[in-house]
Design a protein around this ligand. Structure first.
Ligand code: ATP
Length: 237
């Protein structure tokens, strides 16, 4: 899907015609720069829609077919020079406008550990990611329209099939509940904050996301260590 240029107004009153299936779903790939401890590169952006995953064994002379490089197509490919703004503008900024027009939208990052999901979604104060930019745009539009829009926000983590409220981590693990008809699934006890504030002290995009991200990462690292130790122990036993 070729991403369209967002409309100029954040609160279009016109209802858009139904979107085609291609328009409703976009799959983007972002290649992060190599880090000093990355040994070799095996993933290359060919152009804005294609990547090549290099066959790292292709120089093995015993192999009959010398190269098994694989080429894949995506809606958008972001190379290692892509900025947080590039990624946000192409993948998400239009969704914020759609949400303001009453549509639902979901953006999620998927990839192995260290791939750059947190960087892309949250980023840091100098390079804010998708979640922060989306909130900023949302607050910008609704700031003078409190009678028209109500913004509330929850922030949860699902890790090892356990759910935690990142706005209130002390609340422990939370449960999923569904109504008697199975139509509405909710996380019981998940906190929800309402705000249209752009005040830095209260601004979730400036404050809560970063704080909770650090906390979540520390705890996850701890959990990862714990799991690794357990496996090590088992393999030795
Ligand atoms: N596009 C990028 N440009 C510069 N640095 C990046 C980029 N993407 C990721 N990094 C850096 O790579 C490291 C790993 O990224 P990140 O923590 O976002 O990975 P992750 O996919 O969230 O990993 P995990 O699943 O383990 O939490 C971080 O130090 C991050 O700052």
């Amino acid at each position: 899907m070729a991403p369209e240029t967002p409309s100029s107004s954040g609160s279009d009153t016109s209802i858009r015609p139904p979107m085609s299936a291609e328009e409703r779903l976009m799959v983007a790939v972002r290649i992060r720069p190599l880090k000093p401890d990355d040994t070799t590169r095996c993933l290359y952006a060919v152009d804005k829609k294609h990547i090549i995953v290099e066959d790292t064994d292709k120089f093995d002379v015993t192999r009959q077919k010398r190269s098994l490089d694989k080429r894949y197509s995506f809606d958008v490919v972001f190379g290692e020079d892509s900025t947080q703004e590039d990624v946000y503008e192409v993948t998400t900024s239009r969704l914020v406008k759609d949400v303001l027009n009453g549509y639902n939208a979901t953006v999620f990052a998927y990839g192995p550990t260290g791939a750059g999901k947190t960087h892309t979604m949250v980023g840091d104060a100098n390079q804010p990611g998708i979640m922060v930019r989306a909130l900023n745009d949302l607050f910008e539009v609704v700031k003078d329209k409190e009678d028209e829009y109500q913004v509330s926000m929850s922030y949860l983590e699902i890790y090892n099939e356990q759910i935690r409220d990142l706005l209130n981590p002390q609340s422990g693990y939370l449960e999923l509940r569904e109504d008697s008809r199975g139509k509405s699934i909710q996380v019981a006890g998940l906190s929800e904050i309402s705000t249209t504030s752009t005040d830095e002290d209260e601004e979730p995009s400036n404050n809560i996301l970063y704080t909770q991200r650090s906390l979540a990462r520390e705890e996850r690292l701890f959990k990862f260590e714990a799991i690794r130790n357990r496996y090590t122990h088992r393999s030795v036993a």
